[in-house]
Write a protein that binds this ligand. Structure first.
Ligand SMILES: N[C@@H](CCC(=O)N[C@@H](CS)C(=O)NCC(=O)O)C(=O)O
Length: 232
């Protein structure tokens, strides 16, 4: 049994999409970010980092988006090439790149004060450097997906890399809400092809609808409607 601790449009959405794609039963527990519930003692017992998501997998609280997604994919034998598959090294390389480079840099964009404090001048230069670095990551992903024959990294076969990448390309269209979107899908043809393919999947639609996010989910990202909680 799986229990996903989530907040709408947070990294937990990656896991919700994975669960929907796998077609497995799961429960959800909302984490109320408006009162910083993720920092509570109770939540930190699940994830000492105080970050969303956590997924209970047979009662074990698993955190880190990539770790949860990979565990689920492997348990159900889908959304990841098997260990001996020739595509496995490529899959792992890009999964780790998203998890330990792109996603942390998105956090720098969304939560700068956590990293550099409150000084306005420092925040301005940090934002400029972070945005430039993220654009380099987008270019790398664009080249990667342009080299694939299909919309996905594995051509016509969806994997957790595609799901995680697609969400990491959704959030910088919208957040931080005070700034113009950093990622514009129309500037990246291969990534736009990925986003169109992912958002057209019924399982993906179910996951986004459950979090009150209107269409188009990825190619022209819209914020959640606010009825199910707070965004990033
Ligand atoms: N490395 C973590 C990052 C997760 C993360 O950044 N979660 C955000 C929501 S999208 C969060 O919990 N933010 C609250 C905070 O930073 O206090 C993972 O992959 O799970």
């Amino acid at each position: 049994m799986y229990t996903l601790y989530f907040a709408p449009d947070n990294a937990s959405l990656v896991i919700r999409v994975v669960l929907e794609e796998l077609g497995v039963a799961y429960e959800t527990v909302p984490v109320n970010r408006s009162v910083k519930e993720q920092e509570s003692d109770t939540y930190r017992k699940l994830n000492p980092n105080g970050l969303i998501p956590v997924c209970l997998i047979d009662d074990e609280p698993v955190f880190e988006t990539a770790a949860i997604a990979l565990t689920l994919a492997e348990r159900h034998g889908r959304l990841a090439p098997e260990a001996e598959d020739s595509g496995r090294p490529q899959f792992l390389k890009w999964l780790f790149f998203i998890s330990n480079t792109i996603h942390p840099d998105l956090r720098q964009l969304f939560y700068p004060k956590k990293y550099v404090g409150l000084d306005q001048e420092t925040l301005r230069s940090h934002a400029a450097i972070t945005r430039e670095r993220l654009c380099r990551h987008f270019d790398i992903l664009e080249k990667l997906y342009a080299s694939s024959e299909g919309p996905y990294l594995g051509k016509d076969t969806l994997s957790i890399v595609d799901i995680y990448a697609a969400l990491c390309l959704r959030w910088p269209q919208l957040y931080p809400m005070s700034d113009p979107g950093l990622f514009r899908p129309q500037d990246y043809p291969a990534l736009n092809r990925l986003l169109m393919a992912v958002q057209s999947r019924p399982a993906v639609a179910r996951a986004f609808q459950a979090e009150g996010i209107p269409e188009p989910y990825l190619s022209n990202a819209q914020p959640p409607d606010g009825t199910t909680g707070s965004p990033v």
